[in-house]
Design a protein around this ligand. Structure first.
Ligand SMILES: [Fe+2]
Length: 503
């Protein structure tokens, strides 16, 4: 072996090993000194250790690229130290140095990941060449590791991205469901909307809502989605045979094949069942995806809340109507004409409304307003309300206040604000000369224009203390004369036809 000072590699060799971080592990101080000098002269950063433990200690705190490792160490076997190094950091290159050539040792060391062997004594040239090759190999290994890490990171990012996309889709669907239910108004058909929303967010072949017939112990189809392909043939499902009802108590839903049944509950009581028949989709199994069950439960919960609110509203509405009916009774006791008049006006207004083609909501408004449209008369004194002679201008003015007063009473019940408007305007005229607001034409709510015609006709055809009833023909002639002036011409024409047909 030449002295280290006698050998300095050429420029290209220097370039290759300069800057390398090397650990020398050898219990021979002479060899450590000579190799150390050689490597330092060639621009390497050199750490040294005389024992295996010392070498591991250096590796735990320093960054090292190559370990030059003597096989014979005082404390640990070189092979087990090699193993330890490679397990902790596979990219560290290990060059073994030994004084004896033992093929078994060579094979075992190669299996553990040794990069090369140097037999003592060795030339610096050989060490230089070995280091150059080992560094190049290590560089490739580091690149490969880095590439694998990048690939692994990429896979992780893709997986996270997929999870994120699924979460976004889930949240969007939840928002869609909540939004659809929140936008329902009190007159919308909740069951219809519920079925519609289910078919929007899930892949369904068919879906429907069943109510329970306790007497016959079966489910009866109440609503289904006619917009989707498959018509539900099972209009009635016997409970005992087809649906093991006990299963619902523990699971909250039950599935048979592609069909899933989920109960709709209000205050813990089942009021019906949603049935969803999932679309067949290639190799998919029959089981419902977890997300579908989750969305279905959310839909059932939202629908239950809406139905419960609706029931509360209807109960409140009934209670309010009952109160108003009591008020009307008070008027009837004073003026028997009003009772029969209100009933007749309600009946003919509904009939006229249907002939015109009112929507359900308007028909409901007429049903409520008709019987109480003269509610405000409760504020008119008997001396005026029951007066048999002609009213003075002042008295007439007080009588006219009944429409605005009726609205004022109804406005105290917030849920009847639409109905209150109709009461206010039931004495408006099409030419804008009515009261209380002199609204013209179609500015007058349609229900009020309908009631106005029926109200006037009934007043004309009923005996009053100050005049006898007019005949049907005379009254209809009067309506014709006032057509387009006092009354909406379209509505009045339908009324005239309707009454003429009845004659
Ligand atoms: Fe009136």
């Amino acid at each position: 072996m030449r002295l280290a000072s006698e050998y300095i590699g050429n420029q290209s060799d220097l370039f290759m090993i300069e800057g390398s971080k090397v650990l020398l592990v050898d219990d021979s101080p002479d060899i450590v000194e000579i190799l150390s000098d050689f490597l330092c002269l060639n621009g390497c950063t050199v750490h040294t250790a005389s024992t295996g433990r010392g070498g591991l200690e250096v590796l735990s705190r320093e960054e090292v690229e190559i370990v030059i490792l003597d096989i014979n160490l005082p404390d640990v076997n070189g092979i087990s130290l090699l193993d330890n190094i490679k397990i902790n950091n596979p990219t560290i290159a290990v060059i073994m140095i030994t004084g004896q050539h033992d093929p078994n040792f060579v094979v075992e060391a190669m299996k553990k990941g040794a990069s090369d062997f140097l037999m003592k004594p060795f030339e610096f040239d050989k060490l230089m060449l070995t280091m150059m090759r080992v560094l190049r190999e290590r560089e490739l290994l580091v690149e490969k590791e880095s590439f694998l890490h990048t690939l692994e990171d990429k896979k992780k990012i893709e997986m996270l991205n997929r999870e994120l996309q699924n979460k976004i889709k889930e949240l969007t669907t939840m928002y869609h469901i909540s939004n659809k239910f929140n936008s329902l108004n009190i007159f919308d058909d909740v069951y219809d909307k519920m079925i519609h929303i289910i078919s929007e967010v899930m892949e369904v072949q068919s879906c429907g809502y069943y109510i329970v017939d306790n007497d016959k112990n079966e489910l009866i189809l109440f609503k289904d989605n006619s917009n989707i392909n498959e018509v539900i043939n099972e209009k009635r499902i016997p409970l005992a045979d087809n649906l093991p009802m006990d299963s619902f108590s523990s699971k909250r839903f039950f599935s048979i094949g592609r069909k899933l049944y989920l109960p709709l509950t209000i205050k813990g009581e089942r009021i019906g069942f949603i049935m969803v028949n999932r679309k067949t989709n290639g190799t998919r199994k029959n089981a419902f995806p977890e997300s579908d069950v989750f969305f279905l439960k959310l839909i059932a919960e939202k629908a239950s809340t809406q139905i419960e609110n609706r029931m509360l509203y209807e109960s409140l509405f009934e209670s309010v109507l009952h109160t108003l009916t009591s008020l009307i009774s008070a008027i009837n006791k004073r003026d028997s004409y009003t009772e029969g008049h209100c009933k007749r006006v309600t009946g003919s207004s509904l009939q006229l409304g249907r002939a015109i083609g009112l929507i359900d909501y308007e028909e409901d408004v007429i049903r409520v307003v008709g019987p109480i449209h003269d509610l405000g008369k409760i504020g008119v004194p008997d001396s005026i309300l029951l007066k048999s002679g002609k009213l003075t201008d002042e008295e007439y003015q007080i009588m006219k206040d009944h429409s605005a007063y009726g609205e004022e009473i109804l406005n105290r019940f917030e849920i009847l604000s639409s109905e209150a408007k109709i009461i206010r305007h039931h004495h408006e005229r099409f030419d804008g000369r009515g009261y209380p607001d002199t609204l013209p034409g179609e500015d007058i709510p349609r229900c009020a224009r309908i009631i106005a015609v029926c109200d006037a006709y009934d007043a004309m055809t009923t005996n009053r203390p100050y005049r006898n009833a007019l005949s049907r023909e005379t009254a209809l002639d009067e309506i014709k004369k006032c057509n387009g002036v006092q009354f909406d011409p379209d509505i009045a024409n339908v009324f005239i036809t309707m009454m003429s047909d009845e004659a």
